[in-house]
Every structure is written in C-alpha cells, then in structure tokens.
Design a protein around this ligand. Structure first.
Ligand code: NOJ
Length: 438
C-alpha cells in the first residue's frame, strides 16, 4: 500500500485538467475560435460525434469544481488557459472578459489554498493562427511570445508554476502528421515542420518568460510511454520512439535530434534548423499512461507514418477501457532509460498519469477500485525514484472530453453527468483525499 510518507515532505500532490476538455462556453464573452472548435465540426473526426462546446461547463461551474478540490485537500491544480479566450485572434487585442475569467479562477484557487499550475498551451490554438499555417509557420515562436507577455501582464503576479507546452508529440504527430487531432493535417513534412517549430517555441518561451520574471518555475510536459514491439523489429521501435518521445526530449535535453530523424528535420526546416533547442527547464513534465506497441509497415498497409504504425497491445496486459495496457513495469523501464540517456539532474514532475473506465453512478456512488489500483501501482514506481521525481498530478480531476475519443472514456476522480452537469466524487476521489492528507 502506497503511503504519503513514501514521498518527501516537499512532494507536490495535485490533479489536472485542460481548457477545451472541460470549460465549454466555446463562444461566450468574446472568445475566439480555436482549432478544436473548428475540427470538431467535421464529420467523422470525433468517434461519438461530440465536441467541447459545453463539456463540463467549468466556465460557469468553476466554483463548484474548486470547492470539490478544496474538500479533497488538493494543494496543487494544473489547468490550461485557452489562448483564443484571452486573445481571440492570437496576436491582436486582448479580450478583457477572458482575462477576468482566469483572474477569478486563479483568485478562487488561491483563496482555497490551492497553488495554480498553468499550462499555457494545451492544444487549442487560435484558428486565426492556423489560418496562417499554425505550428508549421516559423513565426509561431513570436506569436507565442506575445501570448506569454499577455499572460505575464495579467497573471504573472499570482502564478509561479507554468507548463509551457503540453505534449508536443501529440500536437505535431496527431495534429499535423496523422490528422487524428486538430487541425487535421496528414503529412510527414508538415509533421517535421510543426515538431521543430514547437521545440523552438518551448526553448524561446522559456528564456522569454525568465527574462520577464526570473523566479517563474518553468517546465514543459512530454508523453513518456515505453515503446515496444511484439515483432522483434528494433528499427520500428527506434523510429516510433523518436516520433513519440525522442524528437522532443532529445532537443530539449541535448539540443540535437536523434540520428534517424536528423536529416529529415534539416530538409523540412532549412531556415531554422541551426536554432538553439537545448533548454534548462526547471522541471520536465512526465505524462505516462501505458506502453505503446509498434510495428514496421508494409507497402500496402492502409496506415503508415515514416514506415511504422501502432500495433495491438498484447492481451497479456490488463487494459483500461481505451485498450491501453496497464504496465507499471514499463514506466520503470522508461524512467531508467530516461536517466541513462539524459542523466539525473533534471527534476521530473508527473504532470499526468491516470486511467479511463466507463464509470457509472449507482445509488449516488462510483466504485472505481480499478482506478485506485492503477494509481497505487504507478505511485509505487514513482516512490522508488524520489531523488528525481518531485510531484504527481492525477489526470484528471473531472471526467471530460477525451479529444477524438469523445465522452466515452472517463478519467476523472469526479464523475460528470454530461446531461445534468452534476458532479459525483468517485471512490478514488476519497482515496486520493486520504492519501494526500495522511
Ligand atoms: C494527455 C493529454 O494531455 C490529455 O489532454 C488527455 O486527456 C490525456 N493524455 C489522456 O489521453
């Protein structure tokens, strides 16, 4: 049984959500359109045909959410700012009503003794910037710096902890490579441009924010699955590991791209390839859920990306309702690989870890023992690495819109009825409360 005392007194305990997945109010109070608002309108892109127009309606119900956090004894909460809510066209005028919303949100967290951890970018790019090429356009670095300046001017007095970017791999791989996510572009070249520009953005935003306020605590969050194959195909693993992990972790940690992708990045980004990428982040955000299996593709395969694709996770694993294999051992292997490759100096904060099940409310209760078991097993691994792992944010506080997977998968500690918007704390909510208050 995992205990709070397995971690240091300074260990950061939290939970997380993101704007598009929970806020709703997609066109309220002057908010601009985001790429997810636009993407969800296309037929067939979200498995259940839904969108984030209402989601958990946290834009209106945030006080209820924060009350539930306070009752859980939560001391750290990670949420994202929707860029087009505060700057509707991305680079122009500031929307005061959007600023007011996040100001009230931050004040309410602080009044309840909860430290805000703000993710600046959790995938909802202003559509107006996508119309100029989005992350494929090298100018995105300057657009993002302007957004950082607006953030600093309005919230920098109260927010210290910042995740600059959430999962650059998913934004570029799914957004520009496979088209599974907004903006829905399917191209290897677009992927290489977006990935590189996002890496540049993280680097430049880090130094820019530090120049505005030296004691900002700055990190970026990365997907950190162990990549495996059932086919003894190490080349496929190397390529997929780069696409999912190393094309982002290598530049930020070492300043270089992995060998298998060096030339491709150079050719796709001739104007900016010499740019500095190594970044002395204050922490690196780990987002671990499951191992991912890959395989080399064949000529006639329907799906292929740089010669590789996903393959079924073997049935030897227990799986969550999304079919993701449960494997704390893979987490441990990933952490060991990370340390071997990049050293042990970089503090790690687990900015996401969690699991989805089709939780149901019965007699006012949600018995999600499987979630408790999952969290416990993963925390046991993190506890072994307490010299480098400094915090843990459960994903997510509330059930929410799981992007292209719609509303089926429920990750929350708190169940949300999407009709009535009623929140029901699950058994795991009380378990986590007891753990972190121990
Ligand atoms: C990573 C993303 O940051 C988050 O938005 C998503 O809901 C979870 N993983 C689960 O897929």
């Amino acid at each position: 049984m995992v205990k709070k005392s397995d971690f240091s007194d300074k260990f950061i305990w939290g939970s997380a959500i993101a704007a598009y997945q929970t806020e709703g109010a997609h066109d309220k109070d002057g908010k601009g359109e985001s790429i997810w608002d636009r993407f969800c309108q296309q037929e067939g892109v979200i498995c259940d045909g839904t969108d984030g127009k209402v989601a958990c309606d946290s834009y209106h119900l945030y006080e209820t959410d924060i009350r539930l956090m306070a009752e859980m004894g939560l001391k750290n909460f990670r949420f994202s700012i929707c860029w087009p809510r505060i700057i509707p066209d991305g680079t122009g005028e500031v929307n005061e009503k959007g600023i007011d919303f996040y100001s009230r949100y931050i004040d309410t967290l602080l009044a309840n003794g909860i430290e805000p951890w703000v993710t600046l970018y959790h995938w909802d790019l202003p559509q107006a910037l996508q119309d100029k090429g989005g992350w494929e356009n090298p100018e995105c670095v300057e657009w993002f710096k302007y957004y950082c300046q607006v953030f600093h001017d309005h919230f920098g007095d109260r927010v210290k902890n910042i995740v600059i970017f959430n999962e650059p791999s998913i934004s570029s791989f799914f957004g520009y490579g496979t088209g599974f996510h907004a903006p829905g572009i399917k191209s290897e070249q677009a992927y290489l441009r977006a990935a590189h520009n996002i890496n540049r953005t993280i680097h430049d935003a880090y130094f820019f924010l530090k120049s505005l306020k030296a004691d900002y605590h700055l990190g970026a969050s990365y997907t950190t699955p162990l990549i495996k194959t059932a086919f003894d195909d190490q080349k496929a693993v190397e390529i997929f590991d780069s696409l999912w992990n190393r094309n982002y972790l290598d530049p930020v940690m070492t300043g270089e791209y992995p060998d298998v992708f060096k030339d491709a990045f150079k050719e796709a980004n001739p104007d900016t390839i010499g740019a500095e990428l190594k970044t002395p982040l204050d922490f690196i955000g780990f987002q671990y859920y499951s191992p991912i299996y890959t395989k080399a593709t064949k000529e006639n395969d329907e799906y292929s990306f740089f010669g590789v694709w996903f393959s079924e996770t073997p049935d030897t694993f227990d799986k969550t309702s999304m079919g993701w294999g449960i494997s704390p051992e893979s987490l441990e292997e990933f952490i060991n690989d990370f340390h071997a490759r990049y050293g042990k100096e970089m503090p790690i904060i687990v900015t996401e870890n969690g699991c989805a099940y089709e939780d149901k409310v019965t007699d006012g209760k949600v018995n999600d023992d499987l979630r408790i078991d999952y969290v416990e097993k993963h925390l046991e691994i993190f506890a072994k690495y307490s010299d480098t792992v400094k915090g843990y944010f459960y994903w997510s506080l509330l059930d929410n819109f799981e992007w292209a997977d719609g509303y089926g998968p429920r990750f929350g500690l708190i169940h949300v009825d999407y009709e009535s918007l009623v929140r029901t704390p699950k058994k795991s909510y009380f378990w986590y409360r007891d753990l972190i208050s121990e």
